[in-house]
Design a protein around this ligand. Structure first.
Ligand SMILES: Nc1nc2c(c(=O)[nH]1)N[C@H]1C(S)=C(S)[C@@H](COP(=O)(O)O)O[C@H]1N2
Ligand SMILES: [Mo]
Length: 224
């Protein structure tokens, strides 16, 4: 028996999803998993193949969108963020000690952030496969973050840049700031800033159907 976190409902499919302003935005580069590491570091990095040479893992985890849909049992493949950080970022970029917050940026312009401590959890991956296949553009090719303990908006698709910064500087998020909780832990129902999580359930749930349709339509139009 596996329970869903508070306020979540299971979905059988795994829809392409996000803020509607991103429905028609797609990554320019879908083959090479390039990644920039910038900000409060001694040396900024421009990696052309972020996962190369790092130990690969497969992980099965549930995925929880803040709008209350959950998809169980996704099998992600890639590299643990912690391994990437310890084996590449620390020795090559040499982050400053006060850089404890990471602003995340995607090729489609999506932005959010997570505490470095949250990113270093063993369940956080830099993923390039899903269910044993290379990631599709729908699900974040060439490279996405997977942070299963946090709401889906922290699992940035088309990840292109990570910027290390000071916690007190904060980061700019994609939508309205109330929609982006700095930690967004699913178990604590940290859906957004300010408003209680249970209240946001009722605000977001009615938007799911039209959002799924809008993202699916954009995908179909891109294929034509
Ligand atoms: N770059 C980018 N990452 C994103 C989004 C997006 O629109 N653009 N949407 C987020 C949201 S709200 C969710 S629920 C998940 C959805 O992942 P999926 O489209 O692979 O199902 O991606 C997250 N990461
Ligand atoms: Mo989401």
């Amino acid at each position: 028996m596996s329970h869903l976190p508070p306020g979540q409902r299971e979905r059988a499919d795994f829809p392409r999803f996000g803020l509607t302003q991103f429905a028609r935005r797609f990554p320019a580069e879908t083959a090479r998993a390039s990644l920039e590491v910038v900000g409060e570091v001694e040396h900024e990095l421009r990696l052309s193949d972020a996962l190369s040479g790092l130990p690969r893992v497969e992980q099965t985890s549930d995925f929880h969108c803040v709008t209350t849909w959950s998809r169980k049992g996704l099998v992600w493949g890639g590299v643990r963020f912690a391994d990437f950080y310890e084996s590449v970022v620390v020795p090559q970029a040499r982050p400053k000690a006060h850089a404890t917050l990471v602003a995340l940026r995607a090729q489609d312009g999506a932005r959010t952030g997570l505490l470095l401590a949250d990113l270093l959890a063993p369940t956080v991956l830099l993923a390039d496969t899903l269910d044993g296949e290379p990631l599709t553009v729908d699900h974040g090719a060439p490279l996405r973050l997977v942070a299963p303990a946090h709401y889906g908006y922290k699992s940035v698709k088309y990840l292109s840049r990570i910027e290390l910064t000071r916690e007190e500087r904060g980061y700019r998020a994609s939508g309205f700031s109330f929609m982006d909780h700095p930690r967004a832990r699913v178990a604590l129902e940290e859906r957004g800033r300010g408003a209680p999580g249970w209240l946001l359930r009722y605000l977001y749930r009615p938007l799911i159907t039209s959002t799924v349709a809008r993202f699916a339509k954009a995908t179909r139009e891109r294929m034509r």
